[in-house]
Design a protein around this ligand. Structure first.
Ligand SMILES: [Zn+2]
Ligand SMILES: [Zn+2]
Ligand SMILES: [Zn+2]
Length: 229
Protein backbone atom coordinates (compact mmCIF):
# COMPACT_ATOMS: atom_id res chain seq x y z
CA UNK A 1 0.00 0.00 0.00
CA UNK A 2 1.16 3.53 -0.67
CA UNK A 3 1.55 6.17 2.05
CA UNK A 4 1.15 4.20 5.23
CA UNK A 5 -1.77 5.52 7.19
CA UNK A 6 -0.70 8.05 9.77
CA UNK A 7 -3.64 8.87 11.98
CA UNK A 8 -4.50 12.56 12.18
CA UNK A 9 -2.28 13.50 9.26
CA UNK A 10 -3.60 14.22 5.79
CA UNK A 11 -2.59 11.47 3.37
CA UNK A 12 -2.23 14.09 0.62
CA UNK A 13 -0.09 16.78 2.27
CA UNK A 14 1.09 14.97 5.43
CA UNK A 15 0.03 17.90 7.64
CA UNK A 16 -2.15 17.69 10.75
CA UNK A 17 -5.46 19.51 10.99
CA UNK A 18 -4.93 23.25 10.63
CA UNK A 19 -8.31 24.73 11.51
CA UNK A 20 -11.89 23.76 12.29
CA UNK A 21 -12.89 25.10 8.92
CA UNK A 22 -10.64 22.61 7.14
CA UNK A 23 -11.21 19.37 9.06
CA UNK A 24 -9.58 16.02 8.37
CA UNK A 25 -12.20 13.76 6.80
CA UNK A 26 -12.10 10.01 6.32
CA UNK A 27 -11.13 8.84 2.87
CA UNK A 28 -14.02 6.33 2.88
CA UNK A 29 -12.59 2.88 2.30
CA UNK A 30 -9.71 3.01 4.74
CA UNK A 31 -11.05 4.38 7.98
CA UNK A 32 -7.55 5.23 9.16
CA UNK A 33 -6.81 7.42 6.13
CA UNK A 34 -7.84 11.06 6.28
CA UNK A 35 -7.57 14.05 3.99
CA UNK A 36 -8.08 17.73 4.72
CA UNK A 37 -11.39 18.80 3.27
CA UNK A 38 -9.39 21.21 1.08
CA UNK A 39 -7.07 18.38 -0.05
CA UNK A 40 -9.81 15.82 -0.77
CA UNK A 41 -9.69 16.26 -4.55
CA UNK A 42 -6.22 17.79 -4.82
CA UNK A 43 -3.69 16.40 -7.31
CA UNK A 44 -1.83 14.83 -4.37
CA UNK A 45 -5.00 13.09 -3.17
CA UNK A 46 -5.74 11.88 -6.70
CA UNK A 47 -2.20 10.54 -6.96
CA UNK A 48 -2.65 8.80 -3.60
CA UNK A 49 -5.86 7.15 -4.87
CA UNK A 50 -4.22 6.11 -8.13
CA UNK A 51 -1.41 4.38 -6.24
CA UNK A 52 -3.87 2.73 -3.84
CA UNK A 53 -6.05 1.51 -6.72
CA UNK A 54 -3.05 -0.01 -8.48
CA UNK A 55 -2.04 -1.79 -5.29
CA UNK A 56 -5.44 -3.05 -4.11
CA UNK A 57 -8.25 -4.40 -6.34
CA UNK A 58 -10.75 -4.10 -3.46
CA UNK A 59 -9.96 -0.41 -3.19
CA UNK A 60 -10.24 -0.01 -6.96
CA UNK A 61 -13.69 -1.59 -6.88
CA UNK A 62 -14.82 0.65 -4.03
CA UNK A 63 -13.48 3.81 -5.66
CA UNK A 64 -14.99 3.12 -9.07
CA UNK A 65 -18.37 2.16 -7.64
CA UNK A 66 -18.55 5.31 -5.51
CA UNK A 67 -17.60 7.60 -8.42
CA UNK A 68 -20.21 10.08 -9.62
CA UNK A 69 -20.90 9.78 -13.35
CA UNK A 70 -18.68 6.76 -13.87
CA UNK A 71 -18.53 6.01 -17.62
CA UNK A 72 -19.75 2.47 -18.36
CA UNK A 73 -19.74 0.84 -21.78
CA UNK A 74 -22.97 -1.03 -22.49
CA UNK A 75 -22.27 -4.73 -23.13
CA UNK A 76 -25.28 -4.81 -25.47
CA UNK A 77 -24.80 -1.87 -27.85
CA UNK A 78 -21.38 -0.42 -26.99
CA UNK A 79 -22.73 3.01 -26.05
CA UNK A 80 -21.04 4.71 -23.10
CA UNK A 81 -23.39 5.91 -20.35
CA UNK A 82 -22.66 7.59 -17.04
CA UNK A 83 -23.83 5.90 -13.86
CA UNK A 84 -23.86 7.33 -10.34
CA UNK A 85 -24.38 5.80 -6.92
CA UNK A 86 -28.03 5.73 -5.93
CA UNK A 87 -29.34 7.79 -3.03
CA UNK A 88 -26.18 9.55 -1.87
CA UNK A 89 -25.43 13.18 -1.01
CA UNK A 90 -28.35 15.52 -1.61
CA UNK A 91 -30.43 12.59 -2.89
CA UNK A 92 -29.78 10.38 0.15
CA UNK A 93 -32.96 8.55 1.04
CA UNK A 94 -34.32 8.63 -2.52
CA UNK A 95 -34.06 4.97 -3.36
CA UNK A 96 -36.14 5.17 -6.52
CA UNK A 97 -36.35 1.61 -7.82
CA UNK A 98 -35.46 0.66 -11.40
CA UNK A 99 -37.78 -1.15 -13.79
CA UNK A 100 -37.42 -4.92 -14.03
CA UNK A 101 -37.53 -4.77 -17.84
CA UNK A 102 -36.37 -1.40 -19.16
CA UNK A 103 -34.07 1.49 -18.29
CA UNK A 104 -36.79 3.55 -16.59
CA UNK A 105 -36.69 4.46 -12.96
CA UNK A 106 -39.70 4.98 -10.74
CA UNK A 107 -40.66 8.67 -10.55
CA UNK A 108 -41.90 7.85 -7.05
CA UNK A 109 -39.62 6.87 -4.23
CA UNK A 110 -40.33 3.82 -2.12
CA UNK A 111 -43.66 3.15 -0.44
CA UNK A 112 -42.36 4.25 2.93
CA UNK A 113 -41.88 7.73 1.51
CA UNK A 114 -45.62 8.08 1.04
CA UNK A 115 -46.18 7.02 4.61
CA UNK A 116 -43.44 9.35 5.83
CA UNK A 117 -44.98 12.23 3.87
CA UNK A 118 -48.37 11.56 5.50
CA UNK A 119 -46.68 11.63 8.84
CA UNK A 120 -44.77 14.81 8.04
CA UNK A 121 -47.88 16.69 6.97
CA UNK A 122 -49.70 15.53 10.12
CA UNK A 123 -46.82 16.84 12.19
CA UNK A 124 -46.70 20.16 10.33
CA UNK A 125 -50.41 20.57 11.03
CA UNK A 126 -49.69 20.28 14.73
CA UNK A 127 -46.65 22.58 14.85
CA UNK A 128 -48.68 25.80 15.39
CA UNK A 129 -50.07 24.16 18.51
CA UNK A 130 -46.59 24.09 19.98
CA UNK A 131 -46.97 27.76 20.76
CA UNK A 132 -50.28 27.37 22.51
CA UNK A 133 -49.44 25.57 25.73
CA UNK A 134 -48.65 22.33 27.54
CA UNK A 135 -52.06 20.81 26.88
CA UNK A 136 -51.40 21.12 23.19
CA UNK A 137 -48.03 19.46 23.60
CA UNK A 138 -49.84 16.53 25.15
CA UNK A 139 -52.13 16.54 22.13
CA UNK A 140 -49.09 16.13 19.92
CA UNK A 141 -48.19 12.82 21.51
CA UNK A 142 -50.76 10.72 19.59
CA UNK A 143 -49.45 12.17 16.32
CA UNK A 144 -45.92 11.16 17.24
CA UNK A 145 -47.11 7.71 18.24
CA UNK A 146 -48.89 7.44 14.91
CA UNK A 147 -45.68 8.46 13.15
CA UNK A 148 -43.45 6.05 15.00
CA UNK A 149 -44.06 2.82 13.01
CA UNK A 150 -43.47 4.53 9.65
CA UNK A 151 -40.34 6.25 10.92
CA UNK A 152 -38.98 3.04 12.42
CA UNK A 153 -39.72 1.15 9.23
CA UNK A 154 -38.01 3.91 7.27
CA UNK A 155 -34.84 3.77 9.37
CA UNK A 156 -34.71 -0.03 9.29
CA UNK A 157 -35.09 -0.12 5.53
CA UNK A 158 -32.40 2.50 4.96
CA UNK A 159 -30.13 0.67 7.39
CA UNK A 160 -30.70 -2.61 5.53
CA UNK A 161 -30.09 -0.97 2.14
CA UNK A 162 -26.92 0.72 3.38
CA UNK A 163 -25.74 -2.60 4.82
CA UNK A 164 -26.24 -4.28 1.44
CA UNK A 165 -24.55 -1.38 -0.33
CA UNK A 166 -21.57 -1.66 2.03
CA UNK A 167 -21.16 -5.36 1.22
CA UNK A 168 -21.51 -4.63 -2.51
CA UNK A 169 -18.91 -1.85 -2.47
CA UNK A 170 -16.43 -3.95 -0.52
CA UNK A 171 -17.11 -7.12 -2.52
CA UNK A 172 -18.35 -9.05 0.54
CA UNK A 173 -20.91 -11.87 0.21
CA UNK A 174 -21.73 -10.74 -3.31
CA UNK A 175 -23.58 -13.97 -4.13
CA UNK A 176 -26.06 -13.34 -1.28
CA UNK A 177 -26.97 -9.79 -2.33
CA UNK A 178 -29.69 -10.65 -4.91
CA UNK A 179 -31.53 -12.85 -2.40
CA UNK A 180 -31.22 -10.32 0.40
CA UNK A 181 -32.42 -7.52 -1.88
CA UNK A 182 -35.32 -9.67 -3.13
CA UNK A 183 -36.46 -10.04 0.48
CA UNK A 184 -36.45 -6.25 0.94
CA UNK A 185 -38.15 -5.77 -2.44
CA UNK A 186 -40.97 -8.14 -1.48
CA UNK A 187 -41.77 -5.94 1.50
CA UNK A 188 -40.95 -2.44 0.24
CA UNK A 189 -41.38 -2.20 -3.55
CA UNK A 190 -43.95 0.39 -4.69
CA UNK A 191 -47.39 -1.20 -4.37
CA UNK A 192 -50.11 -1.37 -7.03
CA UNK A 193 -50.15 1.23 -9.76
CA UNK A 194 -47.21 3.11 -8.21
CA UNK A 195 -45.07 0.12 -9.23
CA UNK A 196 -46.23 -0.02 -12.86
CA UNK A 197 -43.71 1.02 -15.52
CA UNK A 198 -45.10 2.21 -18.89
CA UNK A 199 -43.25 -0.70 -20.55
CA UNK A 200 -45.27 -3.29 -18.60
CA UNK A 201 -42.49 -4.06 -16.12
CA UNK A 202 -42.48 -3.29 -12.42
CA UNK A 203 -40.36 -0.89 -10.43
CA UNK A 204 -38.36 -2.94 -7.95
CA UNK A 205 -35.47 -2.55 -5.56
CA UNK A 206 -34.09 -5.75 -7.02
CA UNK A 207 -33.91 -4.42 -10.61
CA UNK A 208 -30.47 -3.42 -11.98
CA UNK A 209 -29.61 -0.32 -14.03
CA UNK A 210 -30.23 -0.84 -17.74
CA UNK A 211 -28.97 0.86 -20.88
CA UNK A 212 -31.33 3.64 -22.10
CA UNK A 213 -30.42 2.66 -25.67
CA UNK A 214 -30.84 -1.11 -25.84
CA UNK A 215 -32.19 -2.14 -22.42
CA UNK A 216 -29.28 -4.47 -21.62
CA UNK A 217 -28.11 -4.55 -17.99
CA UNK A 218 -25.52 -1.76 -17.95
CA UNK A 219 -23.91 -2.43 -14.62
CA UNK A 220 -24.43 -5.44 -12.38
CA UNK A 221 -25.55 -3.17 -9.56
CA UNK A 222 -28.70 -2.54 -7.57
CA UNK A 223 -27.05 0.57 -6.13
CA UNK A 224 -26.60 2.80 -9.18
CA UNK A 225 -28.69 5.06 -11.36
CA UNK A 226 -28.05 5.76 -15.04
CA UNK A 227 -27.51 9.50 -15.39
CA UNK A 228 -29.71 11.31 -17.89
CA UNK A 229 -27.64 12.34 -20.96
ZN1 LIG B 1 -3.94 18.00 3.34
ZN1 LIG C 1 -27.00 -0.60 -24.75
ZN1 LIG D 1 -39.98 -0.40 -17.81
Amino acid sequence: MPSPARPHRCAACDEPQRSDRDPLVEEGFHHDVVFHLSCFNSPAAQAWRARAMAADPAYRRFTELTTEELPVTCPGCGEVHAVSPKAVGMAAGSWNPNCTRCHRQSPEALSWVHRAQDVASALFDTIPKLFLGPDDLAALRPELERARPAMEQHSKLIEALEGLRGDYLRGRNLEAIPRRMAELAARHDPPGEAGDCPCGGRYSLSAPSRCPGCGEVLLDSLFHDVCPP
